[in-house]
Design a protein around this ligand. Structure first.
Ligand SMILES: CC(C)(COP(=O)(O)OP(=O)(O)OC[C@H]1O[C@@H](n2cnc3c(N)ncnc32)[C@H](O)[C@@H]1OP(=O)(O)O)[C@@H](O)C(=O)NCCC(=O)NCCS
Length: 200
């Protein structure tokens, strides 16, 4: 089997071949998200419940304008993570500015092979001039992703009940890439959840 290698690509710096492979992967996984990425108008969109079913490329176009970490195998993108390098949000100000992970996904036939774990490891090892905190959001029933995040030391910083559907919340989680000398817990994430009913 061909070796998997990871690459950090700055905004807009994918080659044409990589963009075409990423497009193929995006089309395969977009419907795995709740709600599907093709129904969204952007990567940080609020109000994710009852979006309607109009398909668009808006999410993908925004994603291409962000930093990406791609997992490559034999010239194919088999997994990717998109992120905003310096993100601010007043609802979790104490972990900002942060690296905000907007998307992570792995090709169906490559799941449970540790690719997502590798993508996060690569993100956590990016240079120190990027923010210490990594923040992301997911839906509360996404057990495959939440299992991994707990394992990596992420803790919840914000929960928005019923944001995606009845009993399907949006949860924001954070983890620190860099441990501060006076942090006895050694990089542990904040665990206090705040309930914020409306998105800005
Ligand atoms: C979530 C996702 C990125 C995980 O990718 P992956 O490469 O399969 O994950 P890994 O192989 O690195 O798994 C790491 C750990 O995550 C957990 N995990 C991953 N998939 C799981 C599943 N289906 N069920 C339970 N736990 C799971 C396990 O703890 C696993 O460790 P283990 O294999 O040693 O038990 C992938 O399932 C995916 O693309 N899902 C659809 C998109 C998505 O939900 N993205 C996140 C939205 S915010």
């Amino acid at each position: 089997m061909d070796r998997v290698f990871l690459r950090h690509v700055g905004p807009g710096d994918l080659t044409d071949a990589e963009t075409s492979s990423l497009t193929e992967l995006y089309e395969q996984v977009a419907g795995d998200f709740v709600p599907p990425l093709t129904f969204r108008s952007g990567t940080t969109q609020g109000g994710l419940r009852d979006l309607g079913r109009a398909e668009s490329d808006d999410y993908f176009e925004q994603m291409l304008g962000q930093d990406l970490i791609v997992a490559m195998q034999a010239d194919q993108v088999i997994g990717f993570l998109s992120f905003r390098a310096r993100y601010e949000d007043s609802r979790f100000q104490r972990v900002c500015p942060c690296i905000y992970v907007s998307t992570i996904a792995v090709r169906h036939d490559q799941r449970r092979n540790g690719i997502a774990r590798k993508l996060y490891a690569h993100l956590f090892e990016l240079p120190d001039d990027l923010p210490d905190w990594v923040v992301l959001r997911t839906w509360s029933t996404n057990t495959s992703h939440l299992g991994l995040l707990t394992d990596l030391g992420f803790g919840m910083v914000l929960s928005i009940p019923d944001d995606r559907a009845e009993n399907v919340d949006t949860v924001y989680l954070a983890a620190r890439r860099v441990t501060s000398p006076d942090d006895e817990a050694g990089g542990s994430a904040p665990t206090t959840a705040h309930s914020v009913p409306d998105l800005a």
